[in-house]
Design a protein around this ligand. Structure first.
Ligand code: EPU
Length: 342
């Protein structure tokens, strides 16, 4: 194997996944320089191993030990790389912490990412599931990204269209899943910024603070306050944020459900379908605050599964299956997990 690479063997990933699951990687490599990926690809042993690319570890569930090579992106760097009449272009390395990056843009007077404040994870992971919150998604200010193609060894530049962004989804969860490693992401942040206050929680939080014309930093502060109230801090309680996606159903199904459950929460989608609030469905099934094995459902938000201490991936899987079964039998709705199962 390539001697110069700082490889670790039998390495615990407990502190590198926000669920805090104590699974081991057969081989672990912190990637502090993009060129290390070329070295991995050229190495006859490492190149044959199954690979797991790790960012902030906030969107994956380790269901057991990882038999191959974990590539932990830890590259750093944020810079303004261009501007035109409408946008300032900012590029960040994949290993940068997402929230710290958002704070960097705000400190430089740039708005656009404030609704995505305090989302755990790394910059490189943000496009993979098109992270979103409070009416904004990564795709809304995404410009392009660079990725390393393990199949060809080339650097690819992908546009928003190439990434095929959808709700908590992109090409990186499909065709490029085991092939591309995101190296850096460039965002186009508007010169003419307007707040996105369509989400009621954000508007309410600002009005409670007597703010009528917020700047981007004030929106960020409001989002941070809301998230801190509703979501567990992964540094204190292991979790991956929302564990399920909000299911999208046809209008007829939503109407039939609403007739039977008049308080059901749903949101109209541009294509005429409806997104249901998975948290509401799970809550109605009585799961909020419950525990099964060493995994549980967060007391303040039923969409978040938590590690009650020493949970194994199997505990979380068992809990998730029990919840899915209850929601299916009560509402005939299939809940799809948001994190990637490894
Ligand atoms: N609800 C309940 N009971 C619960 C939880 C929620 O009845 O235990 C109801 C709420 O009252 C509300 C509705 O469900 O009417 C939606 O809840 P909330 O506004 O908290 O948002 P969410 O649908 O649970 C989504 C995202 C979050 C994002 C928030 C805000 C998904 C899967 N989740 O959550 O994203 O922060 O909206 O935009 O789309 C994440 O992906 O990890 C994440 C935290």
């Amino acid at each position: 194997m390539t001697a110069a690479l700082p490889l670790h063997q039998d390495f615990s990933l407990k502190h590198f996944n926000t669920f805090g699951i104590d699974a081991k990687a057969a081989f672990y490599l912190p990637v502090s320089d993009d060129d290390m990926l070329d070295a991995v690809r050229r190495d006859p042993d490492l190149s044959r191993m199954p690979r797991l690319v790790l960012g902030g570890g906030s969107n994956l569930l380790l269901t057991g030990d990882v038999s191959g090579l974990v590539l932990h992106m830890s590259t750093r760097g944020i810079a303004v790389v261009g501007e035109d009449e409408r946008f300032i272009y900012v590029r960040a390395a994949a290993g940068e912490n997402w929230h710290q990056f958002v704070l960097w843009t705000l400190a430089h007077g740039l708005g656009g990412l404030e609704n995505l404040s305090l989302i755990p994870g790394s910059v490189g992971a943000a496009p993979i599931q098109n992270i979103g919150a409070y009416g904004v998604e990564t795709k809304d200010s995404f410009h392009s990204l660079t990725a390393f193609d393990f199949t060809t060894g080339e650097r690819l530049t992908l546009s928003a269209e190439d990434c095929r962004f959808a709700y908590r989804d992109s090409v990186f969860k499909h065709e490029l899943r085991d092939r591309a490693v995101i190296l850096d992401v460039t965002f186009a942040l508007p010169r003419q910024w307007h707040p996105n206050l369509h989400y009621a929680d954000v508007a309410q939080e600002l009005s409670a603070r007597d703010i009528t014309t917020p700047d981007a930093r004030q929106v960020s502060d409001a989002v941070i306050a809301i998230r801190t109230r509703k979501l567990p801090d992964p540094a204190l309680i292991g979790n991956v944020g929302s564990f399920f996606k909000n299911p999208v159903v046809p209008r007829e199904q939503r109407d039939a459900l609403l007739a039977r459950h008049p308080t059901m929460v749903s949101y109209a989608q541009p294509d005429g379908s409806f997104k249901l609030a998975a948290g509401w469905l799970i809550d109605q099934c009585g799961w909020k605050g419950r525990t099964l094995g060493a995994a549980g459902v967060y007391e303040k938000q039923a969409l978040v599964l938590v590690n009650r201490g020493g949970a194994k991936g199997a505990d979380v899987v068992a809990l998730a299956k029990a919840i899915q079964a209850d929601v299916m039998s009560r509402f005939s709705v299939r809940l799809e997990p948001e994190p990637v199962f490894i």
